[in-house]
Design a protein around this ligand. Structure first.
Ligand code: NDP
Ligand code: MG
Length: 384
């Protein structure tokens, strides 16, 4: 069997390190070609020495010498800067690109990989939120598959195996509800950074953890699902399921529903995205019904968790609305992490930028780039 050539963009992050665990567990399946980091040179060097990829990229150009020197005696190419990400994904030996980097930075390398005909294992949901129409159109044109890594979308995808010819009536994305499930709006005003960084069920990078607490993450996932599965906004529902055992559900036109279940562990969706249609044997802990005698479901509160409603509004508006929302949210989350704004300011900023940012109804790549940059600038001008 031929090994699959893999590039991992963002190998030092939460998804990236778990992807490396998967690759390490199945050396006969994968040939790791490329790993990348933004600024964590130390971990990137460690990973490179252990996994011996063909190339590494460090985003922060000031760390180039450090990485280059450390890997001097290894047979590994070292590159630096954002542009290098778009080049390494094109390598002949790469068959699938796992986009495990965070934020808007994923857009250009994902497009470059698609243009080079590489399949995408997509964790970086922001790429589809910003430019889902363009990205899915290019993937179709190039015959490239986009395999979801996000656990909810992987669940939907797993439910669809063998059913791709059957129309979807509706999907339900499950949400844990985050650490502030059931809270009222005034209680959210005083949430601290430490409280928001504690997710009940998943251990993830800082940005997505804050997004989960504000429910922006579920909003981004609704938009991600629209593009991945070709759905209308009305076909996508969110249901809060605090135990995070049912990872999402599909309802078909005969009324039948399929769900994918299991203990929360990102390694499973990462692995399935890399090995589809095969399932590899694992020793991950198995689900025991008696540990979870009750699986519960409730309505999300879109008034308190305004970001979820904003995502639906952006989806209805189309064009560059979701791009503006994403840009505003990335800046707002960063400001919150730096303790410069309050938790509840995040949704306020998002809403205001959605109103004020330029809107292009039928955008091309340049329009997305412009609206992203402009929206970020607008956040700086707000009086908070
Ligand atoms: P992390 O913050 O843990 O990791 C992000 C990775 O991207 C790191 O390798 C980081 O490098 C790199 N990176 C950061 N900024 C840039 C940049 N500007 N350019 C290039 N690379 C960059 O994030 P997660 O792993 O939690 O999330 C990654 C993506 O996967 C996100 O889009 C998230 O929404 C999605 N996702 C994550 C899940 C999870 O369980 N964590 C679940 C589902 C989806 P460095 O370490 O040097 O900073
Ligand atoms: Mg998810």
């Amino acid at each position: 069997m031929q090994k699959k050539g893999v590039a991992i963009l963002g190998s030092t992050g939460s998804v990236g390190t778990q992807a490396l665990e998967v690759i390490q567990a199945y050396p006969e399946q994968f040939d790791l070609q490329v790993i990348t980091a933004q600024s964590n040179a130390k971990l990137l060097i460690e990973q490179a020495k252990l996994f011996q990829p063909n190339a590494v990229v460090i985003g922060d150009e000031e760390k180039y010498e450090e990485v280059k020197d450390a890997l001097f005696s290894e047979d590994i190419h070292v590159y630096a800067g954002a542009q290098a990400l778009c080049q390494v994904v094109e390598f002949h030996e790469v068959q699938v690109v796992l986009t495990a980097l965070v934020g808007y930075a994923g857009l250009k390398p994902t497009l470059a990989a698609i243009e080079a005909g590489k399949d995408i294992a997509l964790a970086n949901k922001e790429t589809l939120v910003v430019a889902g129409e363009l990205v899915t159109e290019r993937a179709r044109a190039k015959g490239v598959n986009i395999y979801p890594v996000d656990s909810e979308h992987s669940a939907i995808f797993q439910c669809l195996v063998g059913e791709f010819h059957n129309p979807i009536e509706k999907i339900y994305l499950t949400a844990s509800g985050g650490p502030f499930r059931g809270w009222k709006a005034d209680a959210l005003e005083t949430v601290t950074r430490a409280q928001a960084l504690k997710h009940p069920n998943w251990s993830m990078g800082a940005k997505i953890t804050i997004d989960s607490a504000t429910m922006m993450n579920k909003g981004l996932e609704v938009i991600e699902a629209k593009w991945l599965f070709g759905l209308k906004a009305e076909q996508i529902d969110v249901i809060v399921h605090p135990q995070s055992i049912v990872h999402s559900l599909v309802q078909f036109e005969d009324g039948s529903m399929k769900a994918q279940m299991g203990l929360p562990d990102m390694k499973l969706p990462i692995q399935f995205a890399l090995t589809y249609p095969d399932r590899l044997k694992t020793n991950f802990p198995r689900f025991n019904f008696l540990d979870y005698p009750q699986l519960t479901f409730e309505q999300p509160d879109k008034e308190v968790f305004r970001n979820l409603q904003l995502a639906y509004d952006a989806m209805h508006a189309g064009g560059t609305k979701a791009c503006a929302l994403n840009a505003a949210n990335e800046v707002a989350v960063q400001l919150f992490l730096e303790e410069k704004i309050r938790f509840s300011d995040i949704a306020r900023i998002n809403e205001q930028i959605m109103e004020e940012a330029p809107f292009v109804p039928n955008p091309n790549l340049e329009d997305y780039i412009h609206v992203d940059a402009h929206s970020r600038k607008l956040v700086g001008l707000l009086k908070i």
